[in-house]
Design a protein. Structure first.
Length: 134
């Protein structure tokens, strides 16, 4: 699809999260237009983690929930990162090796990243063309 016409950027308030690994992850999720609820849904649907609540994602952002290897692996899957890359980005050590996501899951995560460039009208056109489950 062609890129939509540029629009004025939306100025959002800075997240109230203190600096830390969880805050970086939640900001990366928001950069992909995933709010807390949708992030929890994607963790469950793509990575099989949960079900979690939107409040859990918020708690991760505030640093009040430790990033377990399973949770870190789930976030890496949703964000389309290798677990080791995400751990290095947020400056934490992996306590153990995490299994990589399967190819289909990684493709869906990459699609989430690409969809952020589409306008709502373009998304509706795709939905009309390919059906409601697209």
């Amino acid at each position: 699809m062609p890129p939509p016409d540029p629009i004025a950027p939306i100025v959002r308030e800075r997240d109230p999260f203190p600096y830390g690994p969880g805050a970086v992850i939640v900001r990366l999720l928001r950069n992909r237009n995933l709010n807390n609820l949708n992030s929890a849904k994607m963790l469950y649907r793509l990575a099989g983690i949960g079900p979690l609540s939107a409040a859990t994602i918020q708690v991760v952002g505030h640093g009040r929930r430790e990033l377990s290897p399973e949770l870190l692996s789930g976030f890496a899957t949703v964000l389309s990162f290798q677990v080791e890359e995400l751990a290095a980005l947020i400056d934490i050590e992996l306590p153990q090796a995490c299994p990589p996501a399967d190819a289909k899951t990684r493709q869906v995560a990459e699609l989430i990243w690409e969809v952020r460039h589409l306008s709502s009208a373009q998304l509706r056109a795709l939905q009309d063309e390919f059906g409601a489950d697209a």
